[in-house]
Design a protein around this ligand. Sequence first.
Ligand SMILES: [Zn+2]
Length: 145
Amino acid sequence: MPIRNNQEADMRRLIEAGVTGTQIGARGRISRGTAARAWAHIEQLSVPEKFTLNTVVLDGGHMVWTGERDQGLAPVLTHRGRKLSVRKIAYGIEHGHPPVGSTKSACEYAWCVAPEHQADAALDSDNARSFAAQLDAAAERLGAN
Ligand SMILES: [Zn+2]
């Protein structure tokens, strides 16, 4: 039934754009059955698939999160009823393991969630160490040591 399939596709686009089920219901265009099927489809997606659905890639490889946020406005993704940190997911996608401690953007944009632009506490202290090493090297070159 092509009409039903079109409705499901519309519904997926609305969900992917962050429109809530209540807002969709208020439009009155989509039946409960169609809504349930579209939600079931979204629920079956893997965490990386949900991550991809809710991000927009910008110039320079930066990524904007267009999905859900928690009360502190941090990007979160709901998977099997749990809210997961989008930054930790992004870090895991890039590094293949969970981050150590907190995760934040390591590029010039604090809002960026690109996997390759995330740093955890361990990476941060590596960067701090290499910065200290650079300062030492510079001081040595200047004859200060
Ligand atoms: Zn970035």
